[in-house]
Design a protein around this ligand. Structure first.
Ligand code: NAD
Ligand code: TDX
Length: 338
């Protein structure tokens, strides 16, 4: 089987490529990635020389290239992860989010239809549902109500994919997962950013009062769910993915400080993110019952292990946050603390 993974050099993508090579050794993985600031071939260093991992540098919005890749590699299935993924960046500059997440997904769907790819897995997000109050869970029937330019662009791609199934009978499955954590996450997202700042004895910028809630899932559990959806998901269906690990942001930040042995005086409450969603929580009954998927990581221990990974992989995060990205990172950092 030949699987095209888009965005395979990013956080989830690189973990997914590794997961596939380990658990589906017969499959060839073609990895199409533009290598934006968030994509790094170093994330897949251990696969260097692996003939069943084929890297192609390119944009999912390049129709000619995408069709060529699908034909040349006789792609059987697509797992579409390539995206601009950071909510704060989408608030600063929404355009790239529309271009890659909406138009790029459109190009990929159209190419899959033209060439005749078997299955198209659209990797969406729980953020398409918007924000919850203090109680309740997102189910697959919750109406979409995205808040940020990021989540709106993901909702557009998610609905386009379902429209391709409905209209053109393309074999589409959509997944909507909660917040991921684990190795190789770019240090702009909450967990790695807080670890890096704590290690530098820099303030940890907590938005608002820190009581916003996210439902955390280890990236490897997300990968096993994506493969379950790819292999066993029903055509035209949506599957929520989540691990019943709701935590307030401030709880996470305090746990990180405790893990690295730094004082809570490093916490700095800063101006809230505009339009900040209050709470996400996932009902994953459907994927558990229909596809037999279940998470295997226990949050508290896996968070400690994740923090330890960043402590041990300092050269990795120093490299990926250097160069062109550094300027953005520093500007943002200063703004967050103002
Ligand atoms: P990421 O930002 O770490 O990686 C994105 C990857 O896509 C990078 O390798 C980047 O180079 C590549 N890319 C960006 N634009 C591209 C383009 N035009 N063409 C080809 N490649 C391009 O993102 P992530 O956190 O790994 O998220 C991966 C996917 O999972 C995204 O679709 C995201 O919406 C979704 N998702 C993420 C989470 C999460 O918690 N991180 C949760 C649910 C869903
Ligand atoms: O410096 C920070 N301070 C802070 O308080 C950052 C970066 C974040 N936060 C808060 C905002 C959120 O409530 O922490 C929470 C998590 O923030 P992010 O890591 O930016 O993730 P989030 O906005 O929840 O979106 C993530 O989960 C869903 C991913 O980035 C998306 O790609 C995914 O779809």
């Amino acid at each position: 089987m030949n699987i095209l993974v888009t965005g395979g050099c990013g956080f989830i993508g690189s973990n997914l490529v590794r997961w596939l090579r380990k658990h589906r050794p017969d499959a060839t993985v073609i990895n199409l990635d533009k290598l934006t600031y968030a994509g790094n071939l170093e994330n897949l260093k251990e696969l260097e020389g692996d003939p069943k991992h084929v890297f192609v540098k390119g944009d999912v919005g390049n129709r000619e290239l995408v069709e060529h890749v699908l034909r040349a590699h006789k792609v059987d299935a697509i797992m579409h992860l390539a995206a601009e993924s950071h909510v704060d960046r989408s608030i600063l500059g929404p355009e790239a989010f529309t271009v890659t997440n909406v138009l790029g997904s459109q190009v990929l769907l159209e190419a899959a239809r033209t060439v005749g790819v078997g299955r198209f897995l659209m990797v969406s997000t729980d953020e398409v549902y918007g924000s919850l109050g203090p109680t309740g869970l997102f189910t697959e029937k919750t109406p979409l109500d995205p808040s940020s330019p990021y989540s709106s662009s993901k909702a557009a791609a998610d609905l386009l994919a379902l429209a391709y199934e409905h209209t053109f009978k393309l074999d589409v499955v959509v997944t909507r997962c909660s917040n991921n954590y684990g190795p190789f996450q770019f240090p702009e997202k909450l967990i790695p950013l807080m670890v890096v700042n704590a290690l530098h004895d820099k303030p940890l910028p907590v938005y608002g009062d820190g009581t916003n809630v996210r439902d955390w899932l280890h990236v490897d559990d997300h990968c096993s769910a994506l493969v379950a959806a790819l292999e066993k998901g029903k055509k035209g269906n949506v599957y929520n993915i989540g691990g019943n690990s709701e935590r307030q942001n401030i709880q996470i930040v305090k746990a990180i400080l405790a893990a690295v042995g730094k004082p809570e005086s490093l916490i700095k409450y800063v101006t809230d993110r505009p339009g900040h969603d209050k709470r996400y929580a996932i009902d994953a009954t459907k994927i558990r019952a229909e596809l037999g998927w279940q998470p295997s990581f226990v949050f508290e221990q896996a968070l400690k292990d994740t923090v330890a990974w960043y402590v041990e992989h300092r050269p990795w995060w120093e490299r990926v946050t250097s160069g062109a990205y550094r300027q953005y990172f520093d500007t943002q950092y200063k703004q967050r603390l103002s």
